[in-house]
Design a binder for this molecule. Structure first.
Ligand code: PLP
Length: 475
C-alpha cells in the first residue's frame, strides 16, 4: 500500500520518490515514470530552464507551446500581486463582473477585429483551459442550432490529426486515435475528415493541388453522407500543432470556407497554439484569412502565467443567443473561474509586454532564422524528411526512407529517441504523438544566439541518435 506519510516532506524520501508515490501524471506512461521519472525543473528565465540537478536547457518547447513572453517576467508577478490584493476573486455569474475582465474583453475583441480580420467578433466567454473552451464551443454549436429551431444540426466535423484538448467533448474533437483508445471515445456526434498534410499523406503522383482537391472532396462527401442538416460545425487549427506542425496546402482554407458557407456550417478556429504571435502573426485567422464563428484562445493569452482560456463568439451566433434570451432564460453554462480577475490582469500585462516588445515581429524574425538554421544544419540528414514552420512554430519530420517517403514503424517512436538525445544535449524539444515530428516552439523572446545554441545541441542529439535511427529504418 502507498505509504503517504513517509512520502511527505520531512522524511528521508527524495523528491523523485515523493513524486512517484503521490502524483498521477497527465500524458505519462505510468510504467516508464516508475522506472525513470520524474524530470524536475527548478527555475526558468527567458528561454532557458534549469533542472533540479542544475542542468541548463535552451527551452525550445515554451513549456507546452505556451510561455510566449518567456519565463520569469517580474511585470507579470507585479500585476498578479496587485490584482490579488485588489480583488483576488469575483465571478461573472448572474450579471456580476469585474474591471480587469471588462477591459480584457474589449482588448481581445479589438485585437481580433484589427489583427485577425474577425470584424464580427461579438463577445468573449471565459474558461481556464483550451480543452474547456472547446467543450464550451461544442456546446455552443448545439445551443445555436437549438435556439434556431434546428436541434439536429449538432454534429461537428474535425480532422484526423487535429488536437483540441482532452475533456470528454474536446477528446472527441481531437482526431488522434491514441487519445480515444480505452476511454470509450469519441462521442457519436463527431466525424473526421482527412488530415491535410501533403508531405506525409499525398498519394503517389499526387501534386499539392490534386491533394487539396481530394481533401475538399472528402469534406463534401462527409457532409453528403451525414446530411448537412445534421452538421453544426467544423473545427480546425490554422496550423495543426500536436498533429505535427502541419501547414495546410495552398488554397485549402478558402475552399473549406466555401463548403461550410454553402452548407450553413459554423467554423470554429482553434487558436490555442497559433494565437498571440506564435506564427509571427497575431492570429492564424489573419494569416489564412479565415472567417470564424468561434475562436478558441488559451496558452499565449496569459503566456501560462495563469490558467485562462476564451471562446470568442461571432455576431451571427450572438444575435441568435440574444434574440432567444427571453424565451430560453439564462445561459446555463459557465465555470467558477470564468473571467477570473487575476487571470485578466495577468493577460493584460502579458499583452502589454507582447506589444511593447514587438514580440509578434520577433517571432516572425527569430522563427525565420531558426527555421533556416535547422534546414541548413539537419535538413540533409538521411532521416530528416521535412523541416517546416511558420514563425516560432516549427516541426522536423523524421522518415525511414527519404527517397520514397517511407515512414518509420510508429511503434519504433524514432522521433522520441531524437528528442531524448537532444534533451540530453541541453535543448528541450517535444516529440509529438501523431506522426514522427519533433516540435520547436520557444518563447517569442528567444534571441538569435539562443537559436544557434539550440540548433547546435539539437544536431548533436540527432548525431547521437543516428545509429539507432539507421537500425530502426532497416538499413
Ligand atoms: N487546442 C489546441 C490547438 C491545443 O494545442 C491544446 C493544447 O495543447 C488544446 C486545445 C487544449 O488546451 P489545454 O491543454 O489548455 O486544455
Amino acid at each position: 500500500m502507498l505509504d503517504l506519510e513517509n512520502g511527505l516532506p520531512g522524511t528521508n524520501y527524495s523528491l523523485e520518490e515523493m513524486d512517484r508515490n503521490t502524483i498521477f501524471h497527465p500524458l505519462t506512461s505510468i510504467s516508464a515514470h516508475m522506472k525513470a521519472g520524474p524530470a524536475i525543473m527548478r527555475s526558468a528565465k527567458g528561454a532557458r530552464v534549469v533542472g533540479a540537478d542544475g542542468t541548463e536547457y535552451v527551452d525550445c518547447s515554451g513549456g507546452l507551446w505556451c510561455v510566449n513572453i518567456g519565463f520569469g517576467r517580474e511585470e507579470i508577478a507585479e500585476a498578479a500581486a496587485k490584482a490579488m490584493t485588489d480583488l483576488n476573486y469575483w465571478h461573472l455569474f448572474g450579471s456580476s463582473s469585474n474591471e480587469a475582465t471588462i477591459r480584457l474583453s474589449s482588448r481581445i475583441l479589438t485585437l481580433l477585429r484589427e489583427e485577425a480580420g474577425f470584424t464580427n467578433a461579438a463577445r468573449v466567454f471565459y474558461g481556464t483551459s483550451g480543452s474547456d473552451a472547446n467543450d464550451t464551443n461544442y456546446k455552443l454549436v448545439r445551443y445555436y442550432s437549438t435556439l434556431r429551431g434546428k436541434p439536429e444540426k449538432k454534429k461537428i466535423i474535425s480532422r484526423t490529426g487535429g488536437y483540441h484538448g482532452l475533456t470528454a467533448a474536446a477528446s472527441s474533437l481531437t482526431g488522434i486515435a491514441a487519445y480515444h483508445k480505452a476511454w470509450n471515445l469519441p462521442a457519436a456526434d463527431v466525424v473526421y475528415t482527412e488530415c491535410p498534410h501533403f508531405y506525409r499523406f499525398a498519394r503517389d503522383g499526387e501534386d499539392e493541388a490534386a491533394f487539396c482537391d481530394r481533401m475538399i472532396a472528402d469534406l463534401e462527401a462527409i457532409i453528403a453522407r451525414e446530411g448537412a442538416d445534421t452538421i453544426g460545425g467544423f473545427i480546425a487549427e490554422p496550423i495543426m500543432g500536436t498533429g505535427g506542425v502541419l501547414i495546410p496546402p495552398k488554397g485549402y482554407f478558402a475552399r473549406v470556407q466555401e463548403v461550410l458557407d454553402r452548407h450553413d456550417i459554423l467554423l470554429i478556429v482553434d487558436e490555442v497554439i497559433t494565437g498571440f504571435g506564435r506564427t509571427g502573426n497575431w492570429f492564424g485567422t489573419g494569416l489564412y484569412g479565415l472567417k470564424p464563428d468561434l475562436i478558441t484562445l488559451a496558452k499565449g493569452l496569459t503566456s501560462a502565467y495563469f490558467p485562462m482560456s476564451a471562446s470568442v463568439v461571432s455576431e451571427r451566433m450572438w444575435d441568435v443567443f440574444s434574440e432567444a434570451s427571453d424565451e430560453y432564460g439564462p445561459v446555463m453554462h459557465g465555470f467558477t473561474y470564468s473571467g477570473h480577475p487575476v487571470g485578466a490582469a495577468v493577460a493584460m500585462a502579458n499583452l502589454d509586454i507582447m506589444e511593447n516588445e514587438g514580440l509578434v515581429q520577433n517571432a516572425a524574425e527569430s522563427g525565420a532564422y531558426l527555421l533556416a538554421a535547422l534546414k541548413a544544419k539537419v535538413g540533409d540528414h538521411p532521416h530528416v524528411g521535412d523541416v517546416r514552420g511558420e514563425g516560432l512554430m516549427i516541426g522536423v519530420e523524421f522518415i525511414a526512407d527519404k527517397a520514397t517517403r517511407r515512414p518509420f514503424d510508429p511503434a519504433a517512436a524514432a522521433h522520441r529517441l531524437v528528442a531524448a538525445k537532444a534533451n540530453a544535449q541541453g535543448v528541450m524539444v517535444r516529440a509529438l504523438p501523431f506522426i514522427e515530428v519533433v516540435s520547436f516552439s520557444p518563447a517569442l523572446t528567444i534571441s538569435k544566439e539562443e537559436c544557434d545554441l539550440a540548433v547546435e545541441r539539437f544536431a548533436a542529439g540527432l548525431e547521437d541518435a543516428s545509429p539507432e535511427l539507421a537500425r530502426l529504418a532497416g538499413h
